[in-house]
Design a protein around this ligand. Structure first.
Ligand SMILES: Cc1ncc(COP(=O)(O)O)c(C=O)c1O
Length: 424
């Protein structure tokens, strides 16, 4: 594309794509996420006519793995698909010490639907762990109580850019020789002691859904450090195919019995979870500015908290998520807990905020055992209670954190309308 053509497309993009998502929503959960360059990169792929998975996906995987500090990365069409690959890798007969049916895994009860279901679909049995009401992640005390010899895997879910003591969890998993999957779909770019979340276990999974730290519309990534795991998820992503697995030394891949690179040789069970090169181009363009996106959202978070707590209207109406020690967070939403005194006004408050153009939503999937799907599969047969996750469900909500610097006007709007809860 020459510079004149590029200018023409940029003008077109500016004309059509810079409208607000909805004029009635002054402070949406999700702000317009795409830069002109992101859209141009996507258009280049469209114009090339080759939109399915090709070199740009490989390039994105390469840059992602390098930046995150993992040996391998495989792009997929969603964060849910990344979890699906992790789950089915753990039970795959090709994996060393693969898990047998009904093996138990620990998972925080404050989780997302597809943090949980892929592992259940793979035949594993969940044991829910309550969370810490201050940092919204797995409570380490509860975790250790549930960690019996029957537990063969841990699915740590990093909530809204924060984490539990993940280094400790990683050490425990290693010492017990059990698997650790980090569902990092809400926490791309967050670090524990300078190491990116998602790199402490066997697999780390990420989501590029529209509201997340970076987006390709839909999309995801799964990282791992062993070649065996990489080969497994690589072929399972794509029908269980052997294609391209004989890169480099053929002998090393002898157990895959590869006939040749382009043959229809199916070496394992599989799915089709492939992304489009179109998504990869947009995702990669965003990924290259991950640091500034994380920084802008973190600054916005600090500004909102300061605006609220330094306001003359501040009357301890809320408390805010506490960042776990040693974590450098990467939030895309700002969770807020309503003071117990005002809980009776919750519904009224949310309706009021909606009218004022401030969008809210529950924290992740709430206390997940409350969902009807849990009953269908009888996953909480003893009707266990999870008081802290329940407290977060009852008191918690979140507002968006946008990648662009927040204006003083919006800060004032949030202050005036959020802090009104004690006057309703
Ligand atoms: C913790 C967690 N895991 C997994 C997912 C699924 O990601 P996706 O929407 O890309 O399928 C989400 C979705 O937001 C999530 O919050």
């Amino acid at each position: 594309m020459n510079s004149k053509e590029k200018k023409f497309l940029e003008n077109l993009i500016n004309k059509y794509s810079k409208k607000q998502l909805s004029k009635n929503i002054l402070y949406p959960l999700i702000d317009d996420a795409f830069s002109t360059n992101d859209i141009l990169k996507g258009m280049e792929v469209m114009l090339s006519g080759k939109i399915t998975m090709l070199e740009i996906t490989q390039q994105f995987e390469h840059e992602f793995a390098k930046h995150i500090g993992s040996k391998y990365a495989v792009m997929v069409n969603s964060g849910s698909s990344a979890n699906l690959l992790a789950a089915f890798a753990l039970v795959n007969p090709r994996k060393k010490n693969f898990l047998k049916r009904d093996s138990e895994f620990l998972i925080p009860v404050l989780c997302w639907s597809t943090s949980l279901w892929p592992f259940v679909q793979a035949g594993l049995k969940p044991k829910f762990v309550d969370v810490d009401v201050n940092n919204f992640n797995m409570d380490m005390h509860e975790f250790e109580k549930k960690l019996t010899s029957k537990v063969k895997a841990i699915v740590a879910v990093h909530v809204l850019g924060n984490s539990t003591q993940i280094e400790e969890v990683g050490k425990i998993a290693k010492s017990r020789n059990i698997f650790l999957v980090e569902d990092t779909c809400e926490s791309l770019g967050a670090k524990y002691k300078k190491r990116y979340l998602g790199t402490f276990g066997d697999f780390g999974t990420y989501s590029f859904f529209y509201s997340h730290q970076i987006t390709s519309g839909e999309g995801g990534m799964i990282v791992c450090n062993s070649k065996e795991d990489y080969d497994l998820i690589y072929s399972m992503r794509s029908h269980g195919w052997s294609r391209k697995l004989n890169r480099g030394n053929k002998k090393k891949n002898a157990n895959f019995n590869i006939v040749n690179d382009t043959s229809f040789n199916f070496i394992n069970s599989g799915f089709n979870l492939r992304p489009l090169d179109l998504s990869a181009a947009i995702g990669l363009s965003q990924f290259r500015r991950l640091n500034s996106l994380v920084q802008n959202r973190s600054i916005n978070r600090k500004k909102i908290i300061s605006q609220l707590t330094h306001s003359p209207l501040w009357n301890q109406q809320f408390s805010f998520l506490e960042i776990t020690k040693n974590i450098k967070p990467s939030p895309f939403g700002m969770p807020i807990l309503i003071n117990k005194k005002h809980l009776s006004k919750k519904e009224q408050f949310f309706n009021f905020l909606k009218k004022q153009g401030i969008e809210t939503r529950i924290v992740i999937g709430g206390n997940f055992v409350n969902h009807p799907s849990i009953k269908i599969y009888n996953l909480n047969s003893k009707n266990e209670n999870f008081p802290k996750a329940q407290e977060i469900e009852d008191r918690g909500f979140y507002i968006g954190l946008h990648p662009k610097p927040i204006s003083n006007k919006i800060l004032k709007h949030l202050e005036e309308n959020l802090l009104i809860i004690d006057k309703l």
